[in-house]
Design a protein around this ligand. Sequence first.
Ligand code: ZN
Length: 162
Amino acid sequence: MTDKQSKQLIVAKIKDGVVIDRIPPGRSLKVLTVLGIDETYPAQVSLAIKVPSQKRPEGLKDVLKIANKELTQEELDKLGLIIPGAAYNIIQDYKVVKKEELRLPSRVQGILKCQNPNCATNFREPISTEFSLISESPLVLRCEYCERFLGEDYVSQLLYGR
Ligand SMILES: [Zn+2]
């Protein structure tokens, strides 16, 4: 095995599932929280925290490999909100069959609650929330119903209870 290969095998391969790569260093535990993965998850989960990366500005990244997992569109939207720029790979029979970059969604439907207690989405039950992306950095979303702005702190609090 060459030195390069041994560096790539910091985390064991999985046969089927998803690999989330180039996660901002230290944030992979929050990704697990957002995906609802804990010790009861029935398949292999491998986690590497703060391994060297040439593609991230910090020079470090986290890598997460989750066997027997498919990401739903809702999960992809949530991950797009917390780790934009990370890559996700779908693995089938040890091969990468799809590779995409996670992006901030321009519209976020249903997964966040509006911060305004008087917003229609908070008391008229059948209405699903909808937010549009106003700014990427810092993250700012706007409610389509009451036009309240949601900032990064509120979004991360909603997603992983920080
Ligand atoms: Zn609202």
